[in-house]
Design a protein around this ligand. Structure first.
Ligand code: X2X
Length: 340
């Protein structure tokens, strides 16, 4: 919850100025007057957490200690489902969540960028998400009173891991008990592959794999590494079947209760950290292969075309096109090319 004891900020006007010009630097650093809770599911060692903490340090510095961004990684404040309720109610001020994950239970179209095999590379990813499609999705999210910051945080291209055997072709997914996050697009995609997907929140993923409730999961290498999944998984197929990222959403009421100069400092630092984190992830998407292989994860590189064909044959793209509607679909196709 934003703690409102307006003292210094409300008298300043110009957004985007440095702390000195806003008058913060002359003040004695004291207890924060504005405390913002920023929560998400990623592990302590994930670059998102590191970059979020850097944003918090800069915000503290630039406001002479008057704004405290409290960072709660690793599902400390609950599962994604719990955190979504809390950010809606205002108990959490800022929440990072994928548009394909629980956020899509409120804003179904926010998941459109998770369609299978649509992004060839990061260049196309950011052209799309920093461009017209991202803006359209942020508008839809704002309609449910969650205000998205401008820049998304990368959650990476996703690959499939299992404890049972390598996945070389769609046939190897047949009947596989695989964990997917809590979002309809994920379930639909893995059903189309012929697998048996189970929706499980990230905070229960490790134990679900350990106790063999499921035999596989799919995630970025950064999450496979930082959530220690290598301890409970043996094989990793480099499928890049989808790409994911997080919207950073604010509870509208809490956000609007902040003076504009505070909003500016908080949002610009969060956006800066998102850009820094994107660079970390791009590097990790290559360097972690060796690291994880050394830890014992067995990699294989399947031909992905048969997987894509399987989705086409199952009517995956055409049925989601109907759900998302022609307007969003055509915006997406402007950057990724024809999909159906
Ligand atoms: O739950 C997951 O697998 C994660 C961390 O990648 C997401 O938030 C979608």
């Amino acid at each position: 919850m934003v703690i409102l004891t307006r003292r210094a900020f409300s008298t300043t006007t110009a957004a985007g100025l440095g702390a000195a010009m806003l008058g913060f630097s002359t003040r004695r650093a004291a207890a924060a007057e504005y405390t913002l809770k920023f929560a998400f599911n990623l592990a302590e060692t994930h670059p998102i957490t590191t970059r979020a903490r850097e944003a918090a340090a800069r915000i503290k510095d630039q406001t002479n200690g008057m704004v405290e961004l409290q960072v709660y990684p690793n599902n400390q404040l609950g599962s994604d489902t719990d955190m979504l309720s809390q950010v809606r109610a205002g108990g959490i001020d800022l929440f990072l969540n994928s548009g394909i994950n629980v956020l899509s239970t409120m804003v179904p179209s926010a998941s459109i960028y998770g369609l299978g095999f649509i992004f060839p590379d990061y260049k196309t990813v950011w052209k799309t998400m920093d461009g017209e499609l991202g803006a359209a999705l942020r508008n839809l999210i704002a309609k449910v009173n969650l205000l998205p910051m401008e820049k998304m945080w990368d959650n990476g291209f996703r690959h499939i891991t299992t404890s049972t055997g390598p996945v070389n072709s769609p046939a190897d997914l047949e009947g596989l008990k695989i964990r997917v996050p809590v979002g309809a697009l994920w379930t639909s995609m893995f059903q189309a592959f012929g697998a048996a997907p189970a929706s499980i929140n990230f905070n229960e993923l490790y134990s679900a794999l350990q106790t063999k409730v499921v035999d596989g999961q799919e995630n970025s290498l950064a999450n496979i590494k930082t959530a220690n999944l290598v301890e409970v998984q043996k094989y990793c197929a480099l499928t890049r079947h989808m790409w994911d990222a997080f919207f950073c959403v604010a509870n509208r009421r809490n956000w609007e209760s902040l003076p504009p100069d505070v909003q500016e400092i908080v949002s610009s630092n969060l956006n800066q950290s998102a850009l820094d984190e994107r660079e970390d992830m791009a590097k990790l998407s290559e360097s972690l292969k060796d690291v994880l292989a050394k830890q014992g994860l067995v990699f294989n590189q399947p031909d992905t075309e048969p997987f894509r064909q399987r989705l086409r044959d199952a009517g995956f793209y055409t049925s989601w096109r109907e759900k998302y509607g022609e307007e969003l679909w055509s915006i997406l196709e402007k950057t990724v090319g024809k999909l159906t």
